[in-house]
Design a protein. Structure first.
Length: 154
């Protein structure tokens, strides 16, 4: 299936439509095009999804999510497996969805540099225990966090 077909099926499902690929696409064409442009995939609309890079596949996942117009987005390690070259664009997309579009983003992520650039608040867990919950600046200055992730361990 193409990138656009993936997003169209998600739009059909979000609007109570069927999952049939052969259903008339025209009611969804403008919406699909807009979401693909917003996620930086407009130029890849007709590309088979399997041919996308890992970072582009993450953008496709976000595009599929966005047609449902969520106010809350739960993202599990969105940067996992994404190349260093693709991380900035994906980070900027998530920032835009949060800050410019007012969506709440709850994200599990192990790339601290990404989190420090995106998060308003950070929760740091270590062996199932909450170590810190505060602003990124306060969390990175926390001695327990520093010990657990930068040094001796706990």
């Amino acid at each position: 299936m193409s990138v656009a077909e993936h997003v169209r099926l998600a739009a059909q499902a979000a609007r109570g439509g069927s999952y049939r690929l052969w259903r008339r696409a025209s009611p969804y064409t403008a919406e699909v095009r807009a979401v693909l442009e917003r996620t930086g995939l407009g130029h890849r609309a007709e590309t088979v999804a399997a041919e996308l890079s890992h970072g582009e596949k993450r953008k496709l996942e976000l595009a599929v999510l966005l047609v449902g117009e969520p106010r809350l987005m739960l993202l599990d390690e969105p940067m996992a497996g994404v190349s260093a070259e693709e991380v900035p664009a994906l980070t900027e997309l998530i920032r835009t969805l949060h800050r410019d579009e007012g969506r709440t983003v709850l994200m599990v992520e192990h790339h601290m540099d990404v989190l420090l650039g995106l998060a308003d608040r950070l929760a740091v867990m270590h062996h199932g225990q909450l170590l810190a919950l505060d602003t990124p600046q306060a969390v990175t200055a926390d001695p327990l966090v520093q010990r657990a992730y930068l040094g001796e361990g706990l």
